[in-house]
Design a protein. Sequence first.
Length: 593
Amino acid sequence: MADALPDNVPANPGPAGGKAPLFGLSFLDNLAEMTMLRQVGLMVGLAASVAIGFAVVLWSQQPDYRPLYGSLAGMDAKQVMETLAAADIAYTVEPNSGALLVKADDVSRARLKLAAAGVTPTDSNIGFEILDKDQGLGTSQFMEATRYRRGLEGELARTISSLNNVKGARVHLAIPKSSVFVRDERKPSASVLVELYGGRSLEPGQVQAIINLVATSVPELNKSQITVVDQKGNLLSDQAQNSELTMAGKQFDYSRRMESMLTQRVHNILQPVLGNDRYKAEVSADVDFSAVESTSEQFNPDQPALRSEQSTSEQRTASNGPQGVPGALSNQPPSPASAPQQTAQGGAAGAGMIQPGQPLLDANGQQIMDPATGQPMLAPYPADKRSQSTRNFELDRSISHTKQQQGRVNRLSVAVVIDDKVNINPANGEVTQVPWTSDQLARFTRLVQDAVGFDASRGDSVSVINVPFSTERAEVVADIPFYSQPWFWDVLKQVLGVLFILVLVFGVLRPVLNNITGHGRNKQVAGIGSDAEMGSLDGELANDRVSLGGPQSIMLPSPSEGYDAQLNAIKSLVAEDPGRVAQVVKEWINADE
């Protein structure tokens, strides 16, 4: 029985004991013995592994691409690609966003090439060039007004889009039709939609500038009738209309700028003397922004002056002759005489009234002679005399109108702290720090006072003290970690690509190829095959398992295994190859005979 086993139970079926392998490749025979499903799965797995390997290699070698522009809106994509191709600049298009990507090293050069070729973003807004188009003969007045308004909206949108933080803008004007009736007159209004760049915003001053720009571009448009909105729906014009808050912000900025200017002056005067990081200076300015207007008028009564004088003198003398215009009034009889209320004293009373032009008589009845002429003095005729004088005097008067300027400095407070003086011993190079003397601090104080414009009448204060600085005052600059360096990710991509290829080769492809070529199966039956050729199978098989060759190899249990295992293996052998089992039994019978 032992002699029959070596002839009928081959231990190492191979090319030497059977037919030659297909095309001289033994793994093709093993591949042919597999089922169709396993063959297809194996081929798909190998193809996928090779494809993934090539993809990883290409990914690790792919250069870093950056967007050429954030958006190609308003640009001719075909012209851009032709310009890049002519400049020999590699580019690609991101499929999701449609952004044009170029290598990081070629971004600046690509933009310069496009600018040189005249390929720049163009504005899609339509301005006054719409009026250059030929209008039909039957164009109505409404269409003409609509085209003009559309052109004006486009021009305003272009102007607003030229601001730094504004990416795009749209302007809508509501201009009512003019009416001859004052009570039916309506004012125009406008609304502005601004599209801002990501992460940017408009300051209240910029919003107010947009409002003033639109208001001065449309006749009779009031600034209160303009609305400014951003792309997120935030109302920006409401902030600009709050004039008090806007003015407070401007005043705060003015104060900070003044403090910065004065601090820079102190820095300029102390840095050459003390050096960098040897002092710290801060300035606080109390600025008065109240607007005060005063008017005063003063008079000096001690210095009168005659400004103008007007004098009028009038004298009228009447005689006994006829007077007046001939007529009814002059022909009237004289009025009745009336007795005097008091009688004249002396001889004049007895003599009666002396008529005008008659010689004057004294008390004795003698004529009164004029001593100057020697002629008798005559009684005077009746006369009217009027004298009027007007004099205008001016007093010394002064009028003054005073308006205090806003932003007047009420008080300055300057604080300067100085580090100790550094002394270096020239002999041994030892560095020591000693405090500054009082005279030196006084000199520094005078320098600071002159630099900031010290005024004691305003109550300004300047404090210069000497205090040793802390040794840890220097700002610690954090080191950039290596994983944040640009070169790290390039190296990491290369390393990951190599590791993935190694895992793919040694973890997937090598076991699959070993399984196909049958190396593992040859190793399992290598020892048994050598013993079978020598014919030593009589009970000394140890724990090795014997493999029966054939279309499908069957592993026989070792002698140390139980009876059930050996029985199951024999049943399987009988079911798989009954002819060989019959031959073995026949050999046993012949051996017994």
